[in-house]
Ligand binder design. Sequence first.
Ligand code: ASP
Ligand code: MG
Length: 406
Amino acid sequence: MALIVMKFGGTSMAGIERIRGVAARVKREIEAGNRVAVVVSAMAGETDRLVGFCREASPLADPAEYDVVVASGEQVTSGLLAIVLQSIGVPARSWLGWQLPVHTSDAHGKARIRDVGTDALLAAMNAGEVAVIPGFQGMAESGRVTTLGRGGSDTSAVAVAAALKADRCDIYTDVEGVFTTDPRIVPRARKLARITYEEMLELASVGAKVLQTRSVELAMKEKVRVQVLSSFTDAPGTLVVDEDEIVEQELIAGVAYDRNEAKVTIRGVPDKPGVVAAIFGPLADAGINVDMIVQNVANDGTTDVTFTVPRTELIRARSVLEANSATIGYAQLLTDDSVVKVSVVGVGMKSHAGVAVTMFRALADRGINVQAITTSEIKISVLIAEEYLELAVRVLHTAYGLDAAA
Ligand code: ASP
Ligand code: MG
Protein backbone atom coordinates (compact mmCIF):
# COMPACT_ATOMS: atom_id res chain seq x y z
CA MET A 1 0.00 0.00 0.00
CA ALA A 2 1.45 3.29 -1.10
CA LEU A 3 0.75 6.92 -0.42
CA ILE A 4 0.31 8.71 -3.72
CA VAL A 5 -0.20 12.32 -4.68
CA MET A 6 -2.00 12.63 -8.02
CA LYS A 7 -2.00 16.01 -9.74
CA PHE A 8 -4.30 16.88 -12.65
CA GLY A 9 -3.70 19.86 -14.92
CA GLY A 10 -6.18 22.22 -16.51
CA THR A 11 -6.92 20.17 -19.63
CA SER A 12 -7.63 17.12 -17.43
CA MET A 13 -10.13 19.16 -15.38
CA ALA A 14 -11.81 21.02 -18.26
CA GLY A 15 -15.48 20.10 -17.85
CA ILE A 16 -17.49 17.54 -15.93
CA GLU A 17 -16.87 14.70 -18.41
CA ARG A 18 -13.12 15.04 -17.98
CA ILE A 19 -13.49 15.33 -14.21
CA ARG A 20 -15.36 12.00 -14.33
CA GLY A 21 -12.33 10.55 -16.13
CA VAL A 22 -10.07 11.90 -13.39
CA ALA A 23 -12.33 10.44 -10.69
CA ALA A 24 -12.16 7.03 -12.37
CA ARG A 25 -8.35 7.14 -12.26
CA VAL A 26 -8.41 8.11 -8.59
CA LYS A 27 -10.84 5.30 -7.84
CA ARG A 28 -8.48 2.79 -9.47
CA GLU A 29 -5.66 3.80 -7.11
CA ILE A 30 -7.98 3.53 -4.10
CA GLU A 31 -9.17 0.10 -5.22
CA ALA A 32 -5.54 -0.97 -5.53
CA GLY A 33 -5.28 -0.23 -1.79
CA ASN A 34 -3.42 3.08 -1.94
CA ARG A 35 -3.96 6.22 0.09
CA VAL A 36 -4.47 9.18 -2.22
CA ALA A 37 -4.29 12.97 -2.08
CA VAL A 38 -5.25 14.77 -5.29
CA VAL A 39 -4.06 18.23 -6.30
CA VAL A 40 -6.03 19.97 -9.06
CA SER A 41 -5.64 22.91 -11.43
CA ALA A 42 -8.42 25.21 -12.53
CA MET A 43 -10.21 24.27 -15.76
CA ALA A 44 -8.06 25.09 -18.81
CA GLY A 45 -8.36 28.79 -19.68
CA GLU A 46 -10.09 29.67 -16.42
CA THR A 47 -7.12 31.35 -14.73
CA ASP A 48 -6.53 33.48 -17.85
CA ARG A 49 -10.17 34.50 -17.73
CA LEU A 50 -9.93 35.47 -14.05
CA VAL A 51 -6.69 37.40 -14.60
CA GLY A 52 -8.50 39.24 -17.42
CA PHE A 53 -11.31 40.28 -15.07
CA CYS A 54 -8.80 41.73 -12.61
CA ARG A 55 -7.05 43.73 -15.34
CA GLU A 56 -10.36 44.99 -16.62
CA ALA A 57 -11.47 45.97 -13.13
CA SER A 58 -8.29 47.95 -12.60
CA PRO A 59 -4.89 47.83 -14.26
CA LEU A 60 -3.45 48.37 -10.79
CA ALA A 61 -5.49 45.67 -9.06
CA ASP A 62 -4.49 45.13 -5.42
CA PRO A 63 -2.38 41.93 -5.52
CA ALA A 64 -4.07 40.58 -2.40
CA GLU A 65 -7.49 40.86 -4.06
CA TYR A 66 -6.08 39.54 -7.37
CA ASP A 67 -5.19 36.39 -5.40
CA VAL A 68 -8.73 36.14 -4.01
CA VAL A 69 -10.05 36.19 -7.57
CA VAL A 70 -7.56 33.94 -9.37
CA ALA A 71 -7.46 31.31 -6.58
CA SER A 72 -11.15 30.66 -7.18
CA GLY A 73 -10.59 28.55 -10.31
CA GLU A 74 -9.03 25.78 -8.26
CA GLN A 75 -11.67 26.06 -5.53
CA VAL A 76 -14.28 25.20 -8.14
CA THR A 77 -12.46 22.16 -9.55
CA SER A 78 -11.55 20.75 -6.13
CA GLY A 79 -15.18 20.88 -5.02
CA LEU A 80 -16.40 19.39 -8.29
CA LEU A 81 -13.93 16.50 -8.12
CA ALA A 82 -14.99 15.75 -4.53
CA ILE A 83 -18.64 15.71 -5.65
CA VAL A 84 -17.92 13.38 -8.59
CA LEU A 85 -15.82 11.04 -6.43
CA GLN A 86 -18.61 10.81 -3.85
CA SER A 87 -21.10 10.08 -6.63
CA ILE A 88 -19.13 6.98 -7.66
CA GLY A 89 -18.87 5.73 -4.11
CA VAL A 90 -15.43 7.10 -3.18
CA PRO A 91 -15.45 9.10 0.06
CA ALA A 92 -13.78 12.43 -0.67
CA ARG A 93 -13.37 15.87 0.85
CA SER A 94 -11.81 19.08 -0.45
CA TRP A 95 -9.20 20.98 1.59
CA LEU A 96 -8.60 24.58 0.54
CA GLY A 97 -5.22 26.24 0.99
CA TRP A 98 -6.25 28.06 4.17
CA GLN A 99 -7.85 24.94 5.64
CA LEU A 100 -4.82 22.65 5.49
CA PRO A 101 -3.14 25.18 5.73
CA VAL A 102 -0.55 25.71 3.02
CA HIS A 103 1.56 28.43 4.67
CA THR A 104 3.23 30.77 2.20
CA SER A 105 5.15 34.02 2.13
CA ASP A 106 3.03 37.15 1.73
CA ALA A 107 4.31 37.94 -1.80
CA HIS A 108 0.86 38.02 -3.40
CA GLY A 109 0.75 36.63 -6.94
CA LYS A 110 4.11 34.87 -6.53
CA ALA A 111 4.09 33.50 -3.01
CA ARG A 112 6.50 30.77 -1.93
CA ILE A 113 5.38 27.77 0.11
CA ARG A 114 6.82 27.60 3.63
CA ASP A 115 5.13 24.41 4.84
CA VAL A 116 2.07 22.28 4.36
CA GLY A 117 -0.01 21.18 7.34
CA THR A 118 -0.60 17.44 7.13
CA ASP A 119 -2.61 16.55 10.28
CA ALA A 120 -6.04 16.91 8.70
CA LEU A 121 -4.87 15.31 5.45
CA LEU A 122 -3.39 12.25 7.12
CA ALA A 123 -6.44 11.81 9.36
CA ALA A 124 -8.74 11.97 6.34
CA MET A 125 -6.66 9.61 4.21
CA ASN A 126 -6.19 7.12 7.04
CA ALA A 127 -9.98 7.07 7.41
CA GLY A 128 -10.23 6.06 3.76
CA GLU A 129 -11.15 9.44 2.38
CA VAL A 130 -9.56 10.99 -0.72
CA ALA A 131 -8.23 14.47 0.05
CA VAL A 132 -8.76 16.88 -2.84
CA ILE A 133 -6.52 19.96 -2.71
CA PRO A 134 -6.72 23.01 -4.99
CA GLY A 135 -3.27 23.72 -6.37
CA PHE A 136 -1.78 27.18 -6.83
CA GLN A 137 -3.18 28.61 -3.57
CA GLY A 138 -2.00 29.10 -0.02
CA MET A 139 -2.32 31.36 2.97
CA ALA A 140 -0.02 34.16 4.13
CA GLU A 141 0.82 34.65 7.79
CA SER A 142 -1.79 37.42 7.82
CA GLY A 143 -4.39 34.75 7.02
CA ARG A 144 -5.08 36.10 3.54
CA VAL A 145 -5.28 33.96 0.42
CA THR A 146 -2.13 33.83 -1.74
CA THR A 147 -1.28 32.28 -5.11
CA LEU A 148 2.03 30.84 -6.22
CA GLY A 149 2.51 32.29 -9.71
CA ARG A 150 1.30 30.89 -13.01
CA GLY A 151 1.74 27.15 -13.39
CA GLY A 152 2.09 26.89 -9.61
CA SER A 153 -0.12 23.88 -9.07
CA ASP A 154 2.81 21.60 -10.04
CA THR A 155 4.69 23.13 -7.12
CA SER A 156 1.67 22.63 -4.84
CA ALA A 157 1.61 18.94 -5.74
CA VAL A 158 5.31 18.43 -5.06
CA ALA A 159 5.06 20.35 -1.77
CA VAL A 160 2.14 18.18 -0.65
CA ALA A 161 4.04 15.03 -1.68
CA ALA A 162 7.11 16.19 0.24
CA ALA A 163 5.10 17.03 3.36
CA LEU A 164 3.29 13.67 3.27
CA LYS A 165 6.51 11.80 2.42
CA ALA A 166 4.52 10.31 -0.43
CA ASP A 167 5.89 7.33 -2.32
CA ARG A 168 5.14 9.07 -5.62
CA CYS A 169 3.86 12.31 -7.07
CA ASP A 170 2.09 11.53 -10.35
CA ILE A 171 1.56 14.60 -12.49
CA TYR A 172 -1.15 13.96 -15.10
CA THR A 173 -0.99 16.31 -18.06
CA ASP A 174 -1.84 16.51 -21.76
CA VAL A 175 1.42 14.97 -22.97
CA GLU A 176 2.53 11.39 -22.34
CA GLY A 177 5.76 12.31 -20.63
CA VAL A 178 9.11 13.92 -21.39
CA PHE A 179 10.35 13.33 -24.94
CA THR A 180 13.86 13.36 -26.41
CA THR A 181 12.76 16.36 -28.45
CA ASP A 182 9.64 18.04 -29.80
CA PRO A 183 7.70 15.28 -31.64
CA ARG A 184 6.22 17.92 -33.95
CA ILE A 185 9.71 18.43 -35.40
CA VAL A 186 11.05 14.91 -35.07
CA PRO A 187 8.34 12.26 -35.42
CA ARG A 188 10.86 9.67 -34.22
CA ALA A 189 11.30 11.40 -30.87
CA ARG A 190 11.10 8.92 -28.00
CA LYS A 191 9.43 9.17 -24.63
CA LEU A 192 12.05 8.89 -21.89
CA ALA A 193 11.38 6.28 -19.21
CA ARG A 194 13.52 8.24 -16.75
CA ILE A 195 15.18 11.61 -16.58
CA THR A 196 17.17 13.29 -13.81
CA TYR A 197 16.01 16.40 -11.95
CA GLU A 198 19.02 18.29 -13.29
CA GLU A 199 18.20 17.42 -16.88
CA MET A 200 14.58 18.48 -16.40
CA LEU A 201 15.76 21.83 -15.05
CA GLU A 202 18.18 22.41 -17.92
CA LEU A 203 15.59 21.39 -20.51
CA ALA A 204 13.09 23.82 -18.99
CA SER A 205 15.71 26.59 -19.07
CA VAL A 206 16.20 26.08 -22.82
CA GLY A 207 12.58 25.99 -23.85
CA ALA A 208 11.19 22.51 -23.16
CA LYS A 209 8.88 23.20 -20.26
CA VAL A 210 6.69 20.35 -19.07
CA LEU A 211 6.57 21.19 -15.36
CA GLN A 212 6.87 24.50 -13.56
CA THR A 213 10.60 24.96 -12.92
CA ARG A 214 10.06 25.64 -9.23
CA SER A 215 8.34 22.30 -8.83
CA VAL A 216 11.38 20.47 -10.22
CA GLU A 217 13.73 22.41 -7.95
CA LEU A 218 11.56 21.50 -4.96
CA ALA A 219 11.34 17.84 -6.02
CA MET A 220 15.13 17.71 -6.34
CA LYS A 221 15.66 19.29 -2.92
CA GLU A 222 13.10 17.08 -1.18
CA LYS A 223 13.84 13.98 -3.29
CA VAL A 224 10.22 13.56 -4.36
CA ARG A 225 9.82 10.94 -7.08
CA VAL A 226 7.80 12.68 -9.76
CA GLN A 227 6.14 10.89 -12.65
CA VAL A 228 4.84 12.84 -15.66
CA LEU A 229 2.07 11.04 -17.51
CA SER A 230 -1.00 11.58 -19.64
CA SER A 231 -4.48 11.68 -18.21
CA PHE A 232 -5.87 10.57 -21.57
CA THR A 233 -3.98 7.29 -22.12
CA ASP A 234 -2.74 4.44 -19.98
CA ALA A 235 0.80 4.61 -21.32
CA PRO A 236 3.57 4.67 -18.72
CA GLY A 237 5.02 8.16 -18.25
CA THR A 238 8.45 9.57 -17.48
CA LEU A 239 9.94 9.25 -13.99
CA VAL A 240 11.96 12.24 -12.78
CA VAL A 241 14.55 10.88 -10.39
CA ASP A 242 17.95 11.30 -8.80
CA GLU A 243 20.97 10.63 -10.99
CA ASP A 244 21.99 7.51 -9.04
CA GLU A 245 18.62 5.92 -9.79
CA ILE A 246 19.50 5.73 -13.45
CA VAL A 247 21.56 2.65 -14.01
CA GLU A 248 22.54 2.97 -17.64
CA GLN A 249 22.89 6.61 -18.41
CA GLU A 250 22.25 7.77 -21.96
CA LEU A 251 24.77 10.32 -23.07
CA ILE A 252 22.15 12.87 -24.09
CA ALA A 253 18.63 13.01 -22.68
CA GLY A 254 17.22 15.47 -25.16
CA VAL A 255 17.52 18.19 -27.76
CA ALA A 256 15.62 21.42 -27.07
CA TYR A 257 15.22 24.76 -28.77
CA ASP A 258 14.30 28.27 -27.81
CA ARG A 259 12.99 30.83 -30.27
CA ASN A 260 13.01 33.60 -27.70
CA GLU A 261 16.57 34.74 -28.47
CA ALA A 262 17.90 37.74 -30.32
CA LYS A 263 21.51 38.56 -31.18
CA VAL A 264 23.29 41.83 -30.55
CA THR A 265 26.70 42.52 -32.10
CA ILE A 266 28.75 45.51 -31.05
CA ARG A 267 31.50 46.26 -33.56
CA GLY A 268 34.72 48.12 -32.96
CA VAL A 269 34.80 48.52 -29.21
CA PRO A 270 38.16 49.45 -27.67
CA ASP A 271 39.96 46.31 -26.49
CA LYS A 272 40.75 47.43 -22.95
CA PRO A 273 39.75 46.53 -19.39
CA GLY A 274 36.30 47.73 -18.34
CA VAL A 275 34.68 47.64 -21.75
CA VAL A 276 32.66 44.50 -21.15
CA ALA A 277 31.45 45.97 -17.85
CA ALA A 278 30.48 49.17 -19.66
CA ILE A 279 28.30 47.10 -22.01
CA PHE A 280 26.68 44.70 -19.58
CA GLY A 281 26.33 47.05 -16.59
CA PRO A 282 23.62 49.24 -18.14
CA LEU A 283 21.80 46.17 -19.49
CA ALA A 284 21.77 44.61 -16.01
CA ASP A 285 20.55 47.90 -14.52
CA ALA A 286 17.68 47.79 -17.02
CA GLY A 287 16.83 44.25 -15.89
CA ILE A 288 17.74 42.71 -19.25
CA ASN A 289 19.11 39.19 -19.01
CA VAL A 290 22.09 38.44 -21.22
CA ASP A 291 22.52 34.78 -22.14
CA MET A 292 25.26 33.79 -24.62
CA ILE A 293 28.39 35.96 -24.93
CA VAL A 294 31.22 35.83 -27.48
CA GLN A 295 34.14 38.24 -27.66
CA ASN A 296 36.26 38.14 -30.79
CA VAL A 297 40.05 38.30 -30.89
CA ALA A 298 41.23 41.86 -31.04
CA ASN A 299 42.92 43.35 -34.04
CA ASP A 300 44.20 46.92 -34.28
CA GLY A 301 43.15 47.60 -30.69
CA THR A 302 39.43 47.06 -31.19
CA THR A 303 37.21 44.02 -30.86
CA ASP A 304 33.64 42.80 -31.51
CA VAL A 305 31.31 41.56 -28.78
CA THR A 306 28.29 39.39 -29.60
CA PHE A 307 25.63 38.32 -27.12
CA THR A 308 21.98 37.33 -26.91
CA VAL A 309 19.03 38.81 -25.05
CA PRO A 310 15.40 37.62 -24.87
CA ARG A 311 13.72 38.52 -28.16
CA THR A 312 11.03 40.42 -26.29
CA GLU A 313 13.75 42.67 -24.81
CA LEU A 314 15.64 43.42 -28.01
CA ILE A 315 14.21 46.88 -28.62
CA ARG A 316 14.87 47.89 -25.05
CA ALA A 317 18.41 46.49 -25.17
CA ARG A 318 19.10 48.48 -28.31
CA SER A 319 17.96 51.73 -26.79
CA VAL A 320 19.96 51.13 -23.58
CA LEU A 321 23.11 50.52 -25.65
CA GLU A 322 22.50 53.56 -27.83
CA ALA A 323 22.00 55.70 -24.75
CA ASN A 324 25.38 54.48 -23.48
CA SER A 325 27.25 54.64 -26.78
CA ALA A 326 29.58 57.41 -25.62
CA THR A 327 30.84 55.51 -22.55
CA ILE A 328 31.15 52.18 -24.40
CA GLY A 329 32.66 53.79 -27.49
CA TYR A 330 31.68 51.42 -30.32
CA ALA A 331 31.75 51.81 -34.09
CA GLN A 332 28.56 49.93 -34.96
CA LEU A 333 25.58 48.26 -33.27
CA LEU A 334 23.89 45.38 -35.13
CA THR A 335 20.87 43.32 -34.07
CA ASP A 336 19.34 40.15 -35.46
CA ASP A 337 16.14 38.55 -34.24
CA SER A 338 16.05 35.65 -36.69
CA VAL A 339 18.22 33.38 -34.55
CA VAL A 340 17.39 30.41 -32.32
CA LYS A 341 19.18 28.56 -29.58
CA VAL A 342 19.46 24.80 -29.92
CA SER A 343 20.68 22.82 -26.92
CA VAL A 344 21.62 19.28 -26.07
CA VAL A 345 21.23 18.23 -22.45
CA GLY A 346 22.47 15.14 -20.64
CA VAL A 347 24.19 14.23 -17.38
CA GLY A 348 26.28 11.75 -19.40
CA MET A 349 28.34 14.74 -20.56
CA LYS A 350 29.94 14.97 -17.15
CA SER A 351 31.89 11.77 -17.75
CA HIS A 352 32.28 11.61 -21.53
CA ALA A 353 34.58 13.54 -23.82
CA GLY A 354 33.69 14.44 -27.37
CA VAL A 355 30.05 15.37 -26.82
CA ALA A 356 30.53 18.91 -28.12
CA VAL A 357 32.50 17.76 -31.14
CA THR A 358 29.64 15.50 -32.21
CA MET A 359 27.34 18.50 -32.12
CA PHE A 360 29.62 20.85 -34.04
CA ARG A 361 30.43 18.20 -36.66
CA ALA A 362 26.79 17.30 -37.24
CA LEU A 363 25.91 20.95 -37.76
CA ALA A 364 28.95 21.64 -39.96
CA ASP A 365 28.12 18.65 -42.18
CA ARG A 366 24.81 20.34 -42.98
CA GLY A 367 26.43 23.71 -43.53
CA ILE A 368 24.85 25.20 -40.42
CA ASN A 369 26.93 28.04 -39.04
CA VAL A 370 27.33 28.35 -35.25
CA GLN A 371 27.16 31.99 -34.18
CA ALA A 372 27.62 31.62 -30.42
CA ILE A 373 28.08 28.83 -27.90
CA THR A 374 27.42 28.40 -24.20
CA THR A 375 27.89 25.39 -22.02
CA SER A 376 27.15 24.17 -18.53
CA GLU A 377 28.24 20.91 -16.96
CA ILE A 378 25.34 19.06 -18.59
CA LYS A 379 24.30 21.30 -21.50
CA ILE A 380 25.71 22.68 -24.74
CA SER A 381 23.80 25.43 -26.53
CA VAL A 382 24.49 26.94 -29.93
CA LEU A 383 22.99 29.95 -31.62
CA ILE A 384 22.07 29.43 -35.29
CA ALA A 385 19.97 31.10 -37.97
CA GLU A 386 16.29 30.44 -37.41
CA GLU A 387 15.81 28.97 -40.89
CA TYR A 388 17.94 25.97 -39.85
CA LEU A 389 16.05 25.21 -36.64
CA GLU A 390 14.22 22.09 -37.78
CA LEU A 391 17.16 20.68 -39.69
CA ALA A 392 19.48 21.24 -36.73
CA VAL A 393 17.15 19.55 -34.25
CA ARG A 394 16.72 16.57 -36.58
CA VAL A 395 20.42 16.03 -37.32
CA LEU A 396 21.36 16.36 -33.64
CA HIS A 397 18.64 13.93 -32.62
CA THR A 398 20.10 11.42 -35.08
CA ALA A 399 23.74 12.24 -34.26
CA TYR A 400 23.23 11.36 -30.58
CA GLY A 401 21.40 8.14 -31.41
CA LEU A 402 18.07 9.33 -30.04
CA ASP A 403 15.83 8.35 -32.98
CA ALA A 404 13.29 5.66 -32.19
CA ALA A 405 13.63 2.46 -34.19
CA ALA A 406 11.71 2.88 -37.45
N1 ASP B 1 -4.38 27.55 -12.72
C1 ASP B 1 -3.08 28.15 -12.52
C2 ASP B 1 -2.52 28.65 -13.84
O1 ASP B 1 -3.17 28.51 -14.86
C3 ASP B 1 -2.13 27.23 -11.85
C4 ASP B 1 -1.83 25.96 -12.62
O2 ASP B 1 -2.69 25.47 -13.34
O3 ASP B 1 -0.75 25.41 -12.44
O4 ASP B 1 -1.47 29.22 -13.85
MG1 MG C 1 0.67 23.47 -15.69
